[in-house]
Design a protein around this ligand. Structure first.
Ligand SMILES: [Fe+2]
Length: 233
């Protein structure tokens, strides 16, 4: 009798606890910070290990945490992939736009970089598209550098593939990106994007953003860019 009473009490307590947890806990495990695909010091000397650690762990980590904190107020978030969210970002408040964009942008940023000498070269197909769109790889780099240098304040420079198959260089402010359904954004699928927020380079380059941009090309992971381009073609 006593045993049955205790069992029932225990079950009641467990049920209450589960109910409490179920309503108290947000579904914040939906978005996760991806690990860096290399060691923090692997991109030196172009990007120093301290910048990489702070950038990934704290800045990107904060975007993920802040995005997850938005799920309770915006339950539709829990049903969307990170990429799908970008294309519907206009439905959501600014906190989702900033942090959802920050999560997607940084996730691609780590992937399109590799230690110097390990990034490979543009594929024949991609190089042909670059030559068609810009004249040469050097011309693409010149135009991209202008877009990255000219972005006032914080933002990103992108090489995108547009719906008609052509390539274009564009730039977005803050944590916006070319996947977002927002007015004023030249839309397309990014092949790579460069972070020109000061947090990406200031420790080593201070105010010399053009030096960071110029040096960054030696880190570009063409193998990953080729893969992204081939997947779209
Ligand atoms: Fe960043």
């Amino acid at each position: 009798m006593v045993f049955r009473f205790l069992s029932r009490s225990l079950l009641a307590c467990l049920s209450a606890l589960l109910l409490l947890l179920g309503t108290a806990l947000p579904a914040w495990a939906d978005f996760a910070l991806p690990p860096l695909p290399y060691a923090a010091e692997a991109l030196e000397p172009v990007i120093d290990a301290t910048t990489m650690s702070i950038h990934h762990d704290r800045h990107h980590g904060a975007y993920v945490a802040n995005l997850n904190a938005q799920i309770r107020a915006n339950p539709a978030l829990a049903r969307l992939s990170l990429e799908a969210l970008q294309g519907q970002i206009s439905r959501f408040p600014m906190a989702v736009r900033n942090n959802g964009g920050g999560h997607w942008n940084h996730s691609q940023f780590w992937a399109v970089m590799a230690p110097e000498g390990q990034g490979g070269e543009p594929s024949a197909a991609l190089l042909a598209a670059i030559n068609r769109g810009f004249g040469s790889l050097e011309d693409l780099q010149t135009q991209f550098n202008q877009a990255a240098t000219g972005r006032f304040g914080s933002g990103w420079a992108w090489l995108i593939r547009k719906r008609d198959g052509s390539l274009a260089i564009t730039s977005t402010p803050n944590q916006d990106n070319p996947l977002m359904d927002l007015p004023g954004i030249e839309r397309g699928t990014p092949l790579f994007g460069l972070d020109v927020w000061e947090h990406a380079y200031y420790l080593k380059y201070q105010n010399r953003r053009p030096d960071y941009i110029k040096a960054w090309w030696s880190l570009l992971n063409w193998n990953e860019v080729n893969r992204r381009y081939a997947a779209l073609s």
